[in-house]
Design a protein around this ligand. Sequence first.
Ligand SMILES: [Mg+2]
Length: 175
Amino acid sequence: MTQSNFPKAIVFDLDYTFWPCWCDAHISTPIRVQGKEIIDAKKFRVKLYPDVVPILEYLKERNVKIYTASRTGTPRIAQKMLKLFELDSYIDGSEWGYNSKVEHINRLVTRHNKDLDEEDKEYLKYEDMCLFDDEYRNSDVERLGVTFCHLVDEKLTWVDFRKGIQGWCSGVRAD
Ligand SMILES: [Mg+2]
């Protein structure tokens, strides 16, 4: 895959995309880090899925914007987990809340394009984006023109990542 075959921005879900739990149902605060794991107040341990950091590195090297969008009821815990897993430096912005990811992505795009005009090469359109997510209900973002990449195994892996990017590429070529 060459750089021109990449979306400009990729949005990732968090729960069951980056890590195997729901922040609002499974995690009890306070949380702390031990080695590569997060341990919560009840000694519940969480690790990132192994392909997450390599995929984020890969995207950063290619100057792809990285966003997250999560419907968690406890954004502060999710934010803390991103920080403890040292993912902050990869992420260009995040959106939260119970509402649809259509709204999350709308807000991300509005923020990104603030002060840019449509002629600017940094200007972001919905068609330039993918959402990787384990929950099929979030495929409603396709009505914006965003490519939805369904993580059927409820985790981000290289196999599904490549499949998602290829899906985006074939959509772009079809237009
Ligand atoms: Mg999820």
